[in-house]
Write a protein that binds this ligand. Sequence first.
Ligand SMILES: Nc1ncnc2c1ncn2[C@@H]1O[C@H](COP(=O)(O)OP(=O)(O)OP(=O)(O)O)[C@@H](O)[C@H]1O
Length: 248
Amino acid sequence: MPPLLDVRQLNKSFGGLQVTRDVSFALHPGNRVGLIGPNGAGKTTLINLITGVLSPSQGSVWLKGEDVSHWPQPRRVQRGLARTFQITQLAPSLPIHRQVELAIHQRSGSVNQMLRALDSFHAVREEATQILHTLRLDTLAKRCPVDLAYGEQRLVEIALAMALKPQVLLLDEPMAGVPSGERQVVLEALDTLPSDLAILMIEHDMDLVFNFADRMLVLAEGAVLAEGTPQDIRRHPAVRTAYLGAEA
Ligand SMILES: Nc1ncnc2c1ncn2[C@@H]1O[C@H](COP(=O)(O)OP(=O)(O)OP(=O)(O)O)[C@@H](O)[C@H]1O
């Protein structure tokens, strides 16, 4: 079976500045891969190339055996790719259950259909309830993001991504801005994600990413500096010098 996500020798330049250099890696069902690198290493650019915000200068992106390098973002979502964002993108005053329902409607293409069987609305409601339950957000279903703690808002972002039924999930700094008292809730929710989902996590919180990932990818100056198990990466001399420094 082809990988769920296959990134092949990706290169991206902005004018004379090359920010992605020959990056290749693959994700298979159940993989938990951590993507780390110093500021400006090219992590966000790589995510943008994978999701279709940017087109590669060279190289290609494959989803389930199909070259999607020039597909628009929504078509990549339909093929099983979802992402969360570094900064929360939630509608502040819409109850979270509604937001998840809307994402499900969007996935199933029914958001613009005026005449629909009541049954299908019921099914969407049930599915939204299930997603919120899995992420332990059931008690907050009727609340709006504006009334939630920041860590809870990050979980709603993950719920919205899960409503797209992805096979590959890109988590862009899920802990960004989450106060220490709320981190455990986020950690526990990440553990509830389906085991066959392939996840690529960008995260500056080293403890989190090293615990979460079974494989690490280290970017430096746009290129893959090292790849391996978290244990290998902690010991890797070039990574220690270039990135982890005193933290290693
Ligand atoms: N649209 C653009 N035009 C020109 N240069 C860009 C553009 N987007 C990113 N860059 C440059 O590409 C390099 C990589 O940026 P990128 O945001 O991908 O890094 P990053 O690893 O995500 O950094 P951070 O951890 O700070 O978010 C940086 O030098 C940045 O200034």
